[in-house]
Structure formats: C-alpha cells, structure tokens
Design a protein around this ligand. Structure first.
Ligand code: NAP
Length: 266
C-alpha cells in the first residue's frame, strides 16, 4: 500500500522542536493538513504562520502532552477544524543523559510520562477518529535506544522500549480498525535535543553535530508514512549498532561495559 499525503488530516506532537518542525514542514509540503502541538505557543504560532505562508493548512494548538485536558482539546480541535483525522505523529519527547545510580524517581517518571504515557493516551483518544479516517496511521517516533538499551540513557531507553513494544502490539490490534502503526527508530540527530534534557552529565563524547539533520530524518519519516513501512531505522550509526547487536549481542554488551568502566575509572 502506498499512502498519498495530499489532504491528509494530521496531528503532530513536538512540532516546535528540531525534528518536529522539520516533519511539520515536510508534511505540509506533501499536502497534509497539520495540527501542530507542543507547549511553546510562540514557537508554534511562528511555525504556523511560516507554513501558512507556503500555502499550508495548519493549526497551532499549544499542548502539554502530559496533561489529559490538553490532549483532549488537541484531538477535538484538530477533528473539528479538519473534519476528521488520518494521521497521528507522536514525536514529542524528552531525554535524560546520565547513569541510573545517581538519577532520581522524578526524572524516571517525567521521561515515562512524556515519552510513553502521553503518546499512548493521545492515541487512545485519537483512535476512534482514525478508525473513520482515510488510510489512517499512528506514527511513533522512538529511538535506537528503544531497540538497544544504552548506558547513560536508562530511563530514556526504557521509555522508548515501551513505545516500541506497544507499537508492535498495536500493529496487530489496530489492524481490525484498518489503522496502521509505524515505528520510526532514529539515531543521533542534530536537532538541539540535548538543550532540553532533564540531565546532562553522561561522560561519553556525544557528537550530535555529526548526526543526521532534522530535514534528512523528516524525509525518511515522510517516506515511511508514504510507503507504509512498519519500522524504519534511520541513520547509519543506528543501523550499524543495531545490526552489530543483533549478530553479536554479548560482544556489544562487553564493549559497552568496557567503555563505561574506562570512562568512570578515574
Ligand atoms: N535528536 C536525536 O538525536 C533523537 C534521536 C532519536 C529519537 N529522537 C526523538 O525524536 C523526538 C523529537 O526530538 P528532537 O530531537 O526534535 O528534540 P527537541 O528539539 O528537544 O524537541 C522535543 C519536542 O517535544 C516537545 N515536548 C517536550 N515535552 C513536551 C510536553 N510535555 N508536551 C508537549 N510537547 C513536548 C518540545 O516542545 P515544547 O518544549 O514546546 O513543549 C519539542 O517540540 C523525540 O521523541 C526524541 O526522543 C531524537
């Protein structure tokens, strides 16, 4: 099946961020109508007017995805403005970089709220509308940490594994409603993600500046939606790491542990 995005009615969370902004732009370029959601109203309004300037049909709906009333309002606003819903792109997310031993319960709960409970509850609200939609799909932006738990990303890995897991379960469950579930598994992306982390005291030398551009990733996400790809791993280092881990899991774990011991030896 190939999906034509022209006229599709979409909700996109995390639209104010690096990846979300690029996905919003690419969705509009492909002809979709998009409700843009995230907390920062100024950034959303600025993006909405830029996209309207290109002829896009967009709504800015300031939303904290962890707030049930905000989620309800987001879905209702999009459905009433567009007359229905065809796509839900769960992209909003937050990271926390540092080891579990000196992390906190509050960090773990926030990461799980934003990255797991919020997208799944938004999906619960959207599902009855998607069921009536045109080639409907839920698109979950996860992470390579959702396929391989990484040191210094304990809560984040757990939240993304949870989202990957529920996506797999939904794939069969939602088939009875004709709703597809697509999982995006990105590697490092130069989006400004690190500016919003809850913690930033991991020790490895992370080079987000060497990651994919948000525009490159957005093009992969649009392609995955159009081609209805079940799971899309994006970025060469993510593909390499996940492939290596699949064939050599014990060696991968040994190498990761060796690196952690070296980083923390002093
Ligand atoms: N960058 C990477 O290397 C990378 C790699 C793999 C996966 N990802 C995933 O890609 C997605 C987008 O990340 P990004 O790199 O674009 O990071 P980002 O620039 O930090 O953007 C995160 C987005 O999520 C929104 N957000 C955060 N908390 C929210 C909340 N409670 N309610 C509503 N919106 C919220 C932020 O907007 P407001 O602050 O305005 O609310 C922002 O638009 C995330 O799910 C992330 O986990 C990123």
């Amino acid at each position: 099946m190939s999906r034509d995005l022209v006229g599709k009615r979409a909700v996109l969370t995390g639209a104010s961020g690096g990846i979300g902004r690029a996905v919003a732009t690419a969705l509009v370029k492909a002809g979709a109508r998009v409700a843009l959601a995230s907390r920062n109203a100024d950034k959303l309004n600025e993006l909405a007017s830029a996209l309207r300037g290109t002829g896009g049909e967009v709504l800015a709906v300031p939303t904290d995805v962890t707030n049930p009333d905000d989620r309800q309002r987001l879905v209702e606003t999009a459905v009433s403005a567009f007359g229905g819903l065809d796509l839900l792109v769960n992209n909003a997310g937050v990271g926390s970089w540092g080891h579990f031993a000196d992390s906190t319960e509050a960090i773990c709960r926030t990461v799980m709220e934003v990255n797991f409970f919020a997208p799944i509850e938004l999906t619960r609200l959207a599902l009855s509308h998607l069921t009536l939609g045109n080639q409907p799909a839920v698109v979950n932006v996860t992470s390579m940490c959702g396929r391989k738990g990484m040191p210094a990303w304990p809560e984040y890995s757990a939240s993304k594994f949870a989202l990957v897991g529920i996506s797999e379960a939904w794939r069969a469950e939602f088939a009875r409603f004709g709703v597809d579930t697509l999982t995006i598994v990105p590697g490092m992306t130069n989006s400004g993600f690190e500016k919003n982390w809850l913690r930033n005291d991991g020790k490895a030398d992370l080079r987000f500046d060497k990651g994919m551009t948000p525009e490159y990733l957005a093009a992969k996400i649009i392609d995955a939606i159009q081609q209805n790809r079940t799971e899309t791993v994006c970025g060469s280092e993510a593909r390499r790491l996940l492939r290596f881990n699949r064939y050599f899991p014990r060696l991968t774990n040994w190498l990761l542990a060796r690196k952690v011991k070296k980083l923390y030896s002093k």
